[in-house]
Write a protein that binds this ligand. Structure first.
Ligand code: ZN
Length: 280
């Protein structure tokens, strides 16, 4: 099943995707795809709620983030062997964790803004993991897999000067307004044959900048969810950005950063495509 939210920012309605470009509104049965929804376990009821209803075309309707603003966005750094190499850093022995402000989340095709005084805005296509139930001290990776509601595409936008040169925790360069486009859909795990074999790409204009696969992840989604639950409590509807494959702007020689007027197109096989105009 593919879940999406349609409508203007702050007024999105929950829906189920049918085919590639039609949807069934489920807003009369479900308030939103938020913490309460995932905690209720009602995701299993969506198929029967949608059954027998007539799909409508998405057309020009705005697509929001497939989940309401989460309780937290957690991010894993340097989680692809080939990306660690391009940044000149070692593959980590344990996941590198940093946080991103939850109010950065927005729709997959909304404009992204160059922050004030930013000079090194960069892109990162990533597999996003959405948590389906409260997780604390999970026993093993099987329990972790059971706690994953689904997967989505994320652009973990970054300001490299603020993240790295200005020192301290990475969050400072990750939390500017509009910095976490998510979607277009939340795809439930049963729709994916193998989450560790998904092709990923990101284009800036007509130039392919990132080409990768979840097969080169260092730590799998199940490992990450189990691991994080040993340190903190994951809440239903939380989002985890699981790291980016090679080809980010700061890794190019010379480095390349984003500017107003450019267009980003990014996607993951089976999870859909995002398209953002850079404004600033
Ligand atoms: Zn990232």
């Amino acid at each position: 099943m593919k879940l999406l939210r349609l409508g203007q920012p702050g007024a999105e309605k929950p829906a189920v995707l049918v085919g590639n470009d039609t949807y069934i509104d489920v807003s009369d049965a479900v308030h939103d795809f938020d913490e309460a929804f995932f905690a209720s376990g009602r995701i299993a009821e969506l198929a029967s709620i949608a059954a027998g209803r007539e799909p409508k075309p998405i057309g020009d309707t705005r697509i929001g983030s497939p989940i309401a603003r989460p309780h937290q966005i957690l991010c894993i750094g340097l989680n692809y062997r080939d990306h660690a190499a391009e940044t000149g850093q070692e593959v980590p022995e344990e996941p590198i964790l940093f946080t991103k402000s939850p109010n950065t989340i927005q729709g997959p095709n909304d404009d992204v803004l160059v922050p004030r005084k930013s000079v090194k805005m960069d892109w990162e296509v990533e597999l996003g993991v959405v948590i389906g139930k409260r997780c604390s001290y999970l026993a093993d990776e099987a329990e972790a897999l059971d706690a994953i509601a689904g997967y989505t595409v994320v652009n973990d936008l970054s300001e490299r000067e603020w993240q790295i040169e200005r020192k301290g925790q990475w969050s400072k360069g990750k939390s500017a307004p509009t910095f976490n486009p998510a979607g277009p859909w939340l795809v439930t795990p049963d729709e994916l044959t193998d989450v560790l074999a998904l092709d990923m790409f990101l284009d800036v204009g007509d130039t392919r900048r990132q080409t990768g696969s979840t097969s080169t992840m260092v730590f799998s989604p199940a490992f990450i969810v189990h691991y994080l639950s040993q340190f903190l409590t994951l809440e239903p509807g939380d989002l985890i950005n699981t790291g980016t494959p090679p080809g980010v702007g700061m890794g190019l020689k010379p480095p390349v950063f984003l500017h107003g007027g450019e267009v980003l197109t990014l996607g993951i096989a089976g999870l859909g495509v995002q398209r953002q105009r850079v404004v600033g």
